[in-house]
Write a protein that binds this ligand. Structure first.
Ligand SMILES: C[S@@+](CC[C@H](N)C(=O)[O-])C[C@H]1O[C@@H](n2cnc3c(N)ncnc32)[C@H](O)[C@@H]1O
Length: 154
C-alpha cells in the first residue's frame, strides 16, 4: 500500500489519498499531524506541495507520522517549493514573476488551508528529515524551483 498526504485536487494514481479537506475526493479525510493508520503500514509515502502548508513544529509532527506509518525500508518522496529560488525571484524580478514568487512563498490563498507557513531549501528539508529519523536522504531531481527529496525508514 502507498499513501499520499495532502493529495488535494491532483491525487497521484495508485495511492491512498489523504487530505484535511472534505469534498475533494480524498479516500480518508484527516489531519496529517495525527495519521489514522497503524505503524509500519505503507511501503511508500508521497507528498507534493503539502509540507509548506504547516507551521514548522507541525511539519516535524507530520514527518514523524509519515515515518511511523512507513514499513521498515519504506520510501518517502517529498516535494516542496524551493524557497531560496523564489526569494531570489522576488528580489530580482518585477510584475507577474514577482507576484508568482510571492504566491509560492506565502501561498495562493485559494481556500482556507492554502497558506504557506514555512519554507525549505535543500539543507533545511534534509535536516528535518534526518531529525524525524529518515536516512539515505537524496535530492532526486535538480529542478531549481522545487525540491524533490527521497528518504528511507531504516
Ligand atoms: C497545494 S495543495 C497540494 C495538492 C497536490 N498534492 C498537488 O500537488 O497539487 C496542499 C494540500 O494539503 C492539504 N492540507 C493542508 N493542511 C493539511 C493537514 N494538516 N493535513 C492534511 N492535509 C492538509 C490541503 O487541503 C491541500 O489539499
Amino acid at each position: 500500500m502507498k499513501l499520499e498526504i495532502g493529495s488535494g485536487n491532483k491525487p497521484k494514481k495508485g495511492y491512498v489519498h489523504f487530505d484535511i479537506r472534505e469534498g475533494i475526493g480524498a479516500d480518508i479525510v484527516g489531519d496529517a499531524r495525527k495519521l489514522p493508520f497503524k505503524d509500519n503500514e505503507f511501503e511508500e509515502v508521497y507528498s507534493r506541495f503539502f509540507l509548506e502548508h504547516l507551521q514548522r513544529k507541525d511539519a516535524v509532527l507530520a514527518l514523524k507520522e509519515m515515518f511511523r506509518v512507513l514499513k521498515k525500508g519504506g520510501r518517502l518522496e517529498i516535494i516542496v517549493p524551493n524557497i531560496a529560488y523564489f526569494c531570489k525571484l522576488f528580489v530580482e524580478e518585477k510584475g507577474q514573476k514577482k507576484e508568482w514568487a510571492l504566491n509560492k512563498i506565502y501561498g495562493f490563498e485559494h481556500y482556507k488551508e492554502d497558506h504557506h507557513f514555512f519554507g525549505y531549501d535543500e539543507e533545511i528539508l534534509s535536516k528535518i528529515l534526518k531529525e524525524s529519523g529518515f536516512v539515505e536522504i537524496k535530492r532526486t531531481e535538480e529542478e531549481e524551483q522545487y525540491l524533490r527529496l527521497t528518504a528511507k525508514k531504516p
